[in-house]
Design a protein around this ligand. Sequence first.
Ligand code: UD1
Ligand code: MG
Length: 326
Amino acid sequence: MNIYGYDINKKGLHQGDVKIPEAMGVVAGGVFLAILSIFRIYFNLQDLANEVNKVQFFSSSFAIGFALVLGYIDDFKNLSWRFKILLPTLPGLCLLMTYTGGTTIIIPKILQSTFNINPLIDLGWMYKIFIFLITIFCFNSINILAGINGLEVGQSIIITLAIITHNLIQITNGITLHAHISSLCMMQPFLATSFGLLIFNWYPASIFIGDTYTYFAGTTLAVAGIHGHLSKTMFFFFMPQILNFVYSLPQLFKIVPCPRHRLPQFNKKSGLLIGSNDMNLVNLVLRWHGPWSERNLCKFILSFQVLCCILTLVVSNAKSYNLHNL
Ligand code: UD1
Ligand code: MG
């Protein structure tokens, strides 16, 4: 297929002139779907899956497979933003139709006492719209917090580790076992295949993971969050992506001109990156910190991701522990 890209953040150096194979996420995605099918065959043979699990498995596999194909087409053809925002509606609807989790939210204590309202509110269909929007958001969110070696896979791995930890804590507490086990079954092969990619995509990258991986990763994380009944917790795991998305909105909606690549500028002499005026987290960090090496910039953004995940894990599990012991 001859899908390749140039490492833009090394422009002018020898490394910047070398063709780097892109769309390598297709390997990770293919292996992931194969392992997921083996899990499912095993569960069916052992009679461990009920009808809901089976339907959810098909909807998840469809959504993830669809994202993978779409990403591959994007790497090949470079789709327009209109398409990228519209196409995840299909996997989103698919997941929504098979959602079996709660639709209730807990109102913070301060609001309960101020407005004298119930601590639990059932949002019904409004909650399902929230789930649908999560899928569309996740589908695109990893792809737009991108462009420096290791960042896309790095953030996906950290969120995956956070979801796995959350599932394990909830299983230990005996909360909604089936949902958390199904989420874990999805996250383990995803973690393994992503690590395989990170080894080659870490600075200096010898492969690019392409939109094939970013869409596949976003959708897989959304599926694990939705079917694992942790969509609210996911919202906070994705805090760096949310900040990046909100800050990017003027460019995504073309209120401010949006170039094909919103990458920093590379200073060949110093070997450091400088923040451009493009509105994303990568440039914002660079404008705040000053010139920085690609590797350290990536480590810094990933550390922020780790911090968001740890804070979310502490707060959400302390809350569920309290609820469980009421
Ligand atoms: C998204 C971003 C775009 C960013 C691009 C880079 C938005 C709206 N779009 O576009 O701003 O420039 O991702 O991933 O935010 N590349 C590198 N180094 C890397 C990773 C990628 O130089 O570590 C370059 C390579 O030339 C590669 C290309 O980015 O070929 C891939 O870009 P692509 O994924 O097709 O861009 P988009 O997803 O459309
Ligand atoms: Mg991309």
